[in-house]
Design a protein around this ligand. Sequence first.
Ligand code: OXD
Ligand code: MN
Length: 620
Amino acid sequence: MEAGEVVIAVDAELDRAGLTNSRVREHVRHWFELTGAERLEVVNASDDGRLVQEALAAGELSPAGEGRYYSRSHPKDTARSEERTVVATSDPADAGVYNNWRPAAEMKPLLEERMRGASAGKTMYVVPYLMAPPGSPLAGYATGVELTDARTVVLHMIRMARVGVEHVNDLADPGSFVRGVHVTGDLEKLGQGTPADERYFVTVADERTILHYGSSYGGNALLGKIAHGLRQAAYDGWSSGRFLAEQFLLLGITDKETGRTYHVCGGMPSASGKTNLAMTLAPDALGDRYRVDFYGDDIAWLRVDPQDGRIYAINPEFGVFGVAKDTNEDTNPTAVAAIAPGTGTIFTNVAYNADTQDVWWEGKTPQPPADVTGWRDWTGALVSERPEGSDVSPWAHPNSRFTTTLANVPNIAPDYERPQGVPIDAIIFGGRTRDREPLVRAITDLAEGVYDGLTLGAEATFAAEGTEGVLRYDPMSMRPFMAVPEGRYAALWLEIIGSATEKPLFAHVNWFQRDPEDGHFLWPGYRDNLRALLWLMQLKAGEVSGTETPVGIVPAPEELDLRGMDLPAHDLERLLTIDTARWEQEMTHREEHLSAFSGLPEEIWAAHRRVTQALESGSP
Ligand code: OXD
Ligand code: MN
């Protein structure tokens, strides 16, 4: 198309869709022309049914029972790529340890070069979206427009964000939206994981522009979720000084006897049980008394409300992009209901049976389907053709996912769309640690709480991935999403939480302690994890006082409500014990970890010294 024709074609589609924001129209025109796409289509959430039918007809989706769909990503494109992800700005002072900072002036031309003409022959979809409940005080940071040349990305965006032209048409400042461009590229030829890797996933944070090239999967391609909801928002939160954007779950606990409701948010490195906790129900024995409401499993934005001075959190997302592996009735019954027939769920990279339209993943049932007829693994290979006994690779990819909207989760909080969000009573950090971290320890001091988040980590799950007993640190579970230098990030935490008049309690939880002799898990986990949070709420309310230790307050054994559990007394004792020698070892690793961050506030170092001294002197 000639330049003049492009303008006419783009304007005709924008007019048809009623997209009136002049700055969005400019953004669309520019990138439509640069990427060389053949057609343009503006998307609203109400287009979902038609787009699903088109994707089925094109073979991008397959039916997975009534109202559920299956997709397979390119085998070289199955997970977020941290090495290829960059936060760019025009100020070298924005470089931190984890944000992989590069100059904007270097990255933008590079991405333009890769994207030029790369969508030829394709439809470019315009996805206007909002990453917040409508009317939120943070809505000004939540508006975006993603251009994408992949229809399955559009279908995921409709489930994960609020999508429609109404979110951009009436902006007070028409230019205040995040400009996202996603171009898939030729996935066969991008040299993924080699020195010639051509992919780039760049957030130009000081220009509120996100340019992702070379994938059509997950956080690489759904720009609202991670690139905007975490990286861009963390940058905006810092530059405005107004909010924190964190990879946090958010839940509510209501005591039906007293009528009190508590809200808890917090972060856990991957494979530490965050989604399962976010969607948990009360254990059966406590179900009459407590109700748990789900708000979100992956992102929370936190701000101080000027009315009452408390910290409020929203989940900016509209859906759940959950890891399928091990999701079943025992581990996560509410997720199972949220992906049931009729929910519109899209499964990606699980195993699929076209004859029965059934899906399966490791841990869905204890054993894979006995009759393998028709079953294909995530790569599309027939399981029946695997050589007998020699191929034991999983049927589903370990990062296979389900995508469903929040409203499908049966215990979704009645007020999950409340614009102000909900007041936060506790912020928890949870790692995966076999021997040092007790079941729960509460921290009342702000700097010590932030220090605890900054030293969050999980043990390497395989010996090959790290040194035994040494954590892979993942500050606040934000290591892959850091947008500003860690020192500034810590200072913003101290400033925002510090300015609240009623401060949340901090706590560290660990469901993964093992018996040193026989290695069994000391705590059963899953729904019983709520018991640790109930104790925390009682501590906040002054109903229990726990036992002070050098690293926080742990429950006295009799303070935990263990009704309906059969927990051996010596396991309980070990779960609540602080192993000083192991902690002292950990403190030297922490010192090294924190030393890498320049400009870390003195309060954080003071907290580190206080905890070190308390461990040495043996007194809290
Ligand atoms: C992630 C996700 O990659 O939530 O963390 O998808
Ligand atoms: Mn996540």
